[in-house]
Write a protein that binds this ligand. Structure first.
Ligand code: ADP
Ligand code: ASP
Ligand code: MG
Length: 387
């Protein structure tokens, strides 16, 4: 049987017509090697942010169904243009939306989960010798509503399609794989040849947006190796796979797009309140006299309304802290001794960064600190633990 490959190109790789043409040539070259190709694309450049900005000009808390109708358009623009670029090169191609690709999700607008993939039309088109271009980040619910998968969700589209098609999965972006820290923050960061699913999932949920956490979770469940590669250079990238990882810190990452809810009493009620509004906390930390609930903001579309509702409902028992962020060391066996925790606390103290809370498991150490210290603390912890 001909090998099947799913390739995914992110927003920066398809940001303008020239870049789309470059991706088309890359796809053409790959197809010439004799495989069946499905190409998942993200919205061009900052399109999703721009669409969100438009929505927010009209509504502080936009109806999620309409948000999905809007945001799903970004990826449709890319899919149609890439298909045109390929056909211009003489490569037979056809574009499909998430719905046409058979990506079925639950009903949860703006952060839907894929529940099933029925790629009948994709298989048919591949059989006709076409390259299939799929709009990432979207699906359709059983009630035939268009849904989107949460920010960074095109990675998840790619992994889910690879699983359904029995294909290899290659995710291309502007970096040659996953590094020990964001190379924009830590220039001496090292590229990792491989990371375990668990390590990558921790890195992604703690803010390393190079891969989407849910995509990694899907890959882990389906047993699919993800190859994270560069669109621009022919490097070896990083394999995300089920390997028995070596011990130690593999990466350091920071997250500033979050709120820390300091909950002094009524934790169960606060968690229920968030759940009713489909707000998904990332973690729960203990700190003296309070629980800290970390709420990532990238999929919260009415932040002011949420903050006001929380303060109103839990007056006195809860404070929303807007100026904190997290720095997270990810690896394996980090709680085998307290060396990592101790070193991290020493570095925070040396920077004068007050630690509002911390959590330590085998896979990660997280410190909650004021946002202004995130960059310097990331660099310092990287120097200490990665070198
Ligand atoms: P795409 O648009 O292709 O989906 P993203 O912008 O989502 O790409 O992800 C790529 C970016 O992730 C890089 O430009 C880099 O700045 C950032 N990044 C954050 N942490 C890491 C890391 N540990 N390794 C590599 N890149 C990282
Ligand atoms: N375009 C969406 C986003 O910006 C999805 C993605 O790029 O994966 O989050
Ligand atoms: Mg991305």
């Amino acid at each position: 049987m001909t090998a099947r490959v799913v390739q995914k190109f992110g927003g920066s790789s398809v940001a303008d017509a020239e870049k789309l043409r470059k991706v088309a040539r890359k796809v053409q070259a790959r197809r010439a090697q004799g495989c069946e190709l499905v190409v998942v694309v993200s919205a061009m450049g900052d399109t999703t942010d721009e669409l969100l900005g438009l929505a927010r000009q009209l509504s502080a808390d936009p109806p999620r169904r309409e948000l999905d109708m809007l945001l799903s358009c970004g990826e449709r623009i890319s899919m149609a243009l890439l298909s045109m670029a390929l056909q211009e090169l003489g490569v037979p191609a056809v574009s499909f939306t998430g719905s046409q690709s058979g990506i079925i999700t639950d009903e949860s607008h703006a952060q839907a989960r894929i529940v099933e993939v029925k790629p009948t039309r994709i298989v048919e088109a591949l059989g006709q010798g076409k390259v299939v271009i799929v709009a990432g980040y979207q699906g359709v619910s059983r009630s035939k509503e268009v849904t989107t998968l949460g920010r960074g969700g095109s990675d998840t589209s790619a992994v889910a399609l690879a699983a359904a098609l029995g294909a290899d999965c290659e995710i291309y972006s502007d970096v040659d794989g996953v590094f020990s820290a964001d190379p924009r923050v830590v220039p001496e960061a090292r590229k990792r040849e491989s990371l375990s699913f668990e390590e990558m999932q921790e890195l992604a949920s703690a803010g390393a947006k190079v891969l989407n956490a849910q995509a990694v979770e899907f890959a882990r469940e389906a047993g699919i190796t993800i190859h994270a590669l560069s669109t621009h250079v022919a490097g070896t990238g990083t394999r995300i796979e089920a390997l028995a990882a070596g011990l130690g810190v593999k990466g350091v990452t920071a997250e500033k797009e979050l709120w820390v809810l300091e909950v002094r009493e009524g934790l169960a009620e606060v968690l229920a309140f968030l759940d009713e509004r489909a707000v998904k906390p990332r973690a729960l930390l203990g700190s003296p006299g309070a629980h800290l609930v970390l709420v990532p903001l990238h999929d919260v579309h009415g932040p002011e309304a949420l903050s006001a509702a929380l303060t109103e409902r839990f007056r006195g028992a809860l404070a929303v802290r807007h100026a904190l962020g997290t720095v997270t060391c990810v690896g394996t066996g980090l709680n085998a001794s307290f060396t990592v925790l101790r070193g991290a606390l020493e570095d925070a103290a040396a920077l004068g960064a007050p630690v509002a809370g911390h959590s330590l498991t085998s896979l990660q150490l997280t410190l909650v600190v004021p946002r202004e210290h995130l960059g310097a603390l990331t660099q310092r912890l990287h120097r200490r633990f990665v070198g």
